[in-house]
Design a protein around this ligand. Structure first.
Ligand code: AP5
Ligand code: ZN
Length: 215
């Protein structure tokens, strides 16, 4: 089963993707994580994308399509969760072509609906484990011991460079201008399912599971 998690910044895409990896052995393909990896590697590409990302803009289609192509062609088994990709119509078309080329399909596109006010609270409270990538939140999902990752015990907690008010404004604008048309695009293809992203994390997970089980 291959699915897309679609939604604005802070909708909970990464949180739900990580659960599916644990519970269903699926493969999370987060272009945001891949780009942050490139950024911290200090490569030429990393330096180029960091400037755009930190301000909240979208990286070029060519770069992210290239990253995804590498992962899809290197893993014929599928079971992909596309997290934060596609983000433009061009990326959506490219994904369709890539899946077809590798003999795979797209089983569902899950739109995670949230309201903008909730996103601000989610983004500004978020922190992640710098070692294993587990995602936490100051109010809604704090670590059991302050500053210590529940999953791996690391004390390297980090906050993202783009999780500030100005960058978030730009990220939201980019979402509504360039990514939200994908809702109609996948609806027209008969692939869209919608879940309430404002529900409790477990309830969101149950709604996602329901979509997966009928796909
Ligand atoms: P990316 O890394 O994809 O970030 P994003 O889309 O802004 O999404 P987030 O990671 O911020 O949110 P999320 O939906 O994963 O929420 P999370 O689960 O963490 O992209 C970053 C940047 O990279 C982009 O701005 C762009 O520059 C570039 N980029 C990436 N992909 C690209 C592409 N395809 N094309 C071009 N550029 C690209 O949850 C958020 C918080 O809320 C957490 O603290 C969590 O604990 C909490 N939370 C989650 N669910 C719940 C719940 N149900 N109830 C209460 N709290 C919850
Ligand atoms: Zn950890």
């Amino acid at each position: 089963v291959n699915i897309i998690l679609l939604g604005p910044p802070g909708a909970g895409k990464g949180t739900q993707a990580k659960r599916l990896v644990d519970e269903r052995n699926m493969v999370q393909l987060s272009t945001g994580d891949m780009l942050r990896e490139a950024k911290s590697s200090g490569s030429e590409m990393g330096r180029k994308v960091a400037e755009v990302m930190d301000k909240g803009g979208l990286v070029t289609d060519e770069i992210v399509i290239g990253l995804i192509e590498e992962k899809i062609t290197g893993n014929a088994g599928g079971g992909f969760i596309f997290d934060g990709f596609p983000r433009t119509l061009k990326q959506a078309d490219a994904l369709g072509a890539l899946l077809e080329k590798t003999g795979q399909g797209l089983d569902a596109v899950i739109e995670m609906q949230v309201d903008d006010a909730a996103l601000v609270a989610r983004i500004t409270g978020r922190y992640t484990c710098g070692n294993c990538g587990a995602v936490y939140h100051d109010q809604t999902r704090p670590t059991a011991k302050p500053g210590i990752c529940d999953a791996c015990g690391s004390d390297k907690m980090v906050r993202r460079a783009d999780d500030n008010g100005d960058s978030l404004k730009t990220r939201l604008m980019e979402y509504y201008k360039k990514t939200s048309p994908l809702v109609g695009y996948y609806y027209a293809k008969g692939q869209l399912a919608t879940v309430d992203g404002l529900a409790e994390m477990d309830d969101v997970a149950a709604a996602v599971a329901k979509v997966l089980d009928r796909s």
